[in-house]
Design a binder for this molecule. Structure first.
Ligand code: ASP
Ligand code: MG
Length: 417
């Protein structure tokens, strides 16, 4: 007997039929003797609708009220799933974030979980064999007593945090794909599902564009060492042997992975924009003059490339920002033009970032060099490069994204046989 958290995303609870399907998954685990806490998202599309409503009501709205509105999607699905479970003869109770409570910071719309009191839930496991059905995505700030939300995709984070709080053996993330792939299978049909992936590699994959899990949930899993299992919610619940190993990907600590490749996966993101400042003065304080105001404007700068000046006087500096922040970034820079001192601002929004990830890179040389050669043979021009211990990224023209991803996927031996 064990203790499980089962998390179901929006497509898995999109209507009452699918909620019934979810309930059968839950029943399977309850029948196998496990303590079960379920975490649910809002019905597919619901959160977007609620976000739009806030915008329609007033383009500039109070973040506390935004959270009051958008947290409601999960309230509905948690109640509905509890009703369906009860109808099947399973003890179940719904829980909103404030009822547990899930205490968070007061950063509305992107709150961080501070603390979860799991005692009432575990007491009910013992005393009544009761399934806890928890609304994902939401919490409460203890100082203000207001409802908060954790940022888009935040139910994943709710699930992993709850798993840590109740000392679950595993956190199962049921979703519309059956695991984590070496890259997006829609782009590379030969992409392979990974049986296991280390937290660190998953963190990079998620941060660099793979959309399977919210980044924060992977961080939490790593910190608290909660094994996270990504699996499909569309498999027929009755066909699954609760004691067997279903298809899926286990995200776990590196030590648990026996055989590992140098490269684990390839991520890409088309939501990038490049800004280049030409002929800036090569003197102390210039970088601070550029990136200070961007930081103040809460714009996340990603890649930075500065050339060494030939004459010791002027140089060029290139950096990237999320495409959604491009206009703000350009305005921020142009309004500090006097302070920075540059001759020209060039920019490109039709660029994408392709990243190669693998903790095996730590102990292997020349991994990136191979990629540069392969891309050049395909005539793909690299605009900027960044590297770290376990990944490197290249910025290229967006039109070549698919070709680059496919080329690298084959190059590093990731293609399915
Ligand atoms: N419903 C929220 C969203 O769409 C949270 C989640 O699904 O994880 O962002
Ligand atoms: Mg999600």
């Amino acid at each position: 007997m064990g203790r499980l958290v089962m998390k179901f995303g929006g497509t898995s609870v999109a209507n009452i039929d699918r909620i019934r399907n979810v309930a059968r998954h839950v029943k399977r685990e309850v029948d196998a003797g496990h303590d079960v806490a379920v975490v649910v998202s809002a019905m597919a599309g619901k959160t977007n609708e609620l976000v739009d409503w806030c915008g329609d009501a007033s383009p500039l709205h109070d973040a506390r009220e935004y959270d009051a509105v958008v947290a409601s999607g999960e309230q509905v699905t948690s109640g509905l799933l509890a009703i369906v479970l009860q109808g099947m003869g399973i003890q179940a109770r719904s829980w909103q974030g404030w009822q547990i409570p899930i205490r968070t910071s007061d950063a509305h719309a992107s709150a961080r979980i501070l603390e979860i009191d799991g005692s009432e839930i575990t007491t009910r496991f013992k005393d009544r064999k009761e399934v806890a059905v928890i609304a994902g995505f939401q919490g409460i700030n203890p100082q203000t007593n207001r409802i908060t939300t954790l940022g888009r995709g935040g139910s994943d984070t709710s699930a992993v945090a709850i798993a840590a709080a109740i000392h679950a053996d595993r956190c199962d993330i049921y979703t519309d794909v059956d695991g984590v792939y070496t890259t997006d299978p829609r782009v590379v049909p030969k992409a392979r599902r990974l049986d296991k992936i280390a937290f660190e590699d998953m963190l990079e994959l998620a941060s660099l564009g793979a959309k399977v899990l919210q980044v924060r949930s992977v961080e939490l899993g790593m910190v608290h060492n909660v094994p996270v299992f990504v699996r499909s919610s569309f498999d027929k619940p009755e066909d699954i042997d609760p004691h067997g190993t279903p298809p899926g990907t286990l995200i776990c600590s590196e030590e648990e992975i026996m055989e590992s490749h140098v490269v684990t996966g390839i991520a890409f993101s088309k939501d990038e924009a490049q800004i280049s400042l030409r002929q800036i003065e090569d003197k102390p304080g210039v970088a601070a003059a550029i990136f200070g105001p961007l930081a103040d404007a809460n714009i996340n700068v990603d890649m930075i490339v500065q050339n060494v000046s030939e004459d010791g006087k002027t140089t060029d500096l290139t950096f990237t920002v999320p495409a959604s922040d491009y206009n703000r970034a350009r305005d921020t820079i142009t309004s500090s033009k006097g302070k920075i001192g540059y001759a020209r601002l060039d920019s490109a929004t039709d660029v994408s970032k392709v990243s190669v990830i693998g903790s095996g890179m730590r102990s292997h040389a020349g991994v990136a060099a191979k990629a540069f050669k392969a891309l050049s043979e395909r005539n793909i021009n690299i605009r900027a490069i960044t590297t770290s211990e376990i990944k490197f990224s290249v910025l290229i023209d967006a039109a070549y994204t698919e070709l680059a991803v496919r080329t690298l996927h084959t190059l590093y031996g990731l293609d399915q046989a």
